[in-house]
Design a protein around this ligand. Structure first.
Ligand SMILES: Cc1cc2nc3c(=O)[nH]c(=O)nc-3n(C[C@H](O)[C@H](O)[C@H](O)COP(=O)(O)O)c2cc1C
Length: 200
């Protein structure tokens, strides 16, 4: 086998592994919804989640876009200091952990299994269908106050989307600091800021 054949084989297997692990989400719905003033009035934290409930892929796509979608000139639904765009979102479900890729509107599986208990110190989150982990890439933005702004702004957009979609949510600073980074397979420059529970 020539070097070219080996290279082609490598590219094909890389593409195959990408397509197996990356799930394409429904196109986010970026118009309509309840009036903003009403939604702000309805935003609140909830801690009473029913077991075995699901959140639709459409709602998941919409809320991820609300938090960290691309809007104008490659920029985002939220401001980031000096446009550093340091946020990374991970989604923990009952079956897997995935990383959100806003450019492709996909979720790439990084771990398989039910890891929800590592995303929380409170029982209610371990039975909720979705826990979104808000992570910052500290190599892109090193200032903690700017990292906090970014994660906070994204969290608020998730809250607002949930309020308008009739979903429950709560942002949490409490999670398993020892194990969650390993579950997410974070690199050394990635720092978990908060986890946001979503469900019904
Ligand atoms: C940075 C931050 C961390 C929080 N951490 C937790 C948490 O670990 N667990 C929890 O149940 N709620 C947590 N909350 C939610 C707050 O308790 C909640 O926002 C507050 O009680 C006000 O209620 P509201 O969101 O319904 O207005 C956190 C909120 C923020 C902003």
């Amino acid at each position: 086998m020539t070097k070219l054949h080996l290279l082609l084989l490598g590219i094909i297997s890389l593409m195959a592994s990408f397509s197996i692990n990356a799930e394409v989400l429904p196109e986010p719905q970026t118009t309509g919804g309840k009036p903003l003033m009403q939604v702000m009035n309805e935003r609140k934290s909830s801690r009473d989640y029913q077991e075995n409930q699901t959140v639709t892929k459409q709602d998941l796509s919409n809320m991820l876009w609300a938090a960290w979608g691309i809007t104008h000139d490659g920029k985002r639904t939220i401001a980031t200091a000096m446009n550093r765009q340091e946020l990374v979102l991970y989604v923990v479900t009952p079956t897997e952990v995935s990383r959100y890729n806003p450019e492709a509107n996909t979720l790439t599986v990084v771990n398989t299994g039910d890891f929800r208990k590592y995303s929380t110190m409170q029982d209610f989150a371990a039975i909720a269908p979705i826990n979104i982990v808000l992570v910052v890439d500290t190599s892109k933005q090193s200032k903690p106050e700017f990292q906090g702004y970014t994660a906070g702004a994204a969290s608020q957009n998730i809250y607002l989307y949930c309020a308008q979609a009739g979903l429950k949510s709560v942002v949490r600073a409490g999670f398993d600091v020892e194990n969650l980074p390993q579950v997410l397979k974070l690199s050394s420059n990635e720092r978990i800021m908060f986890v946001q529970t979503v469900g019904k």
